[in-house]
Design a protein around this ligand. Sequence first.
Ligand code: BTN
Length: 241
Amino acid sequence: MKKINDWQWYDYPEVGSTNDEIRGFLTVPQQKIIVSARRQTAGRGRRGRSWIADEGNLLVSLALECGLDKLGEMIFIVSLSLLETVKSFDKSAPVKLKWPNDVLLDGGKLCGILLEKGEGDYLIIGIGVNIVSAPPASGMLYPLSALATAGINVTREEFLNRFVAQFDIVLSLWKENGFTPIRQRWLQNVKGLGEEIAVNMESGSKKGLFTGVDENGALLLDSERGIEKIYAGDIFYLAGK
Ligand code: BTN
């Protein structure tokens, strides 16, 4: 075990999924745990998809006690911290956020986040970052990107250390000032605000203008039926890259 700030960090050569591996550590309350792996044999993504990664990419889960009711806000805290981490390596990197929980580099998906409930009040935050390479895009909904391809050469350990520092900063801001400043900073960095998008949901697809997110993180879509709130779905930018 190593330490990053007050987090306990366990790194493995190979696991099924770091989101599963971390569950074994959540028997003691009040801990901040990180589990990472060089390879995953059963990495998973949102909505039943799988997460494929070459060795050298970051595959990590963090667990902290904060309550399931904060899951919606945590997505914004994590994605904003990831964006700030990329910018800390290259302040002019073309990095943007995408609702609900993606980080894009040059229009391609760089990071994925999978939040799950853990034991008690523990929340499990699974993060995949394409550090050295983007996996083949076949079967993926979006184009993918990687830091190395964009000329940002860092290791998974360097990225993780920088991310944890950023995450602690954004977490403190949230604890002291609530969700409002997080939401504002997230909106300053989101792709496609005011532009036409399509949202694919389990119940079907809708088109409209992406006008923002509400105080609970729901997407605001200005459609022919007025402003609609969307709670889950995949968005597509209709204006292209
Ligand atoms: C997505 O965009 O669909 C979310 C992808 C999340 C992938 C990460 S990799 C580390 C952690 N372990 C998993 O099995 N999934 C997450």
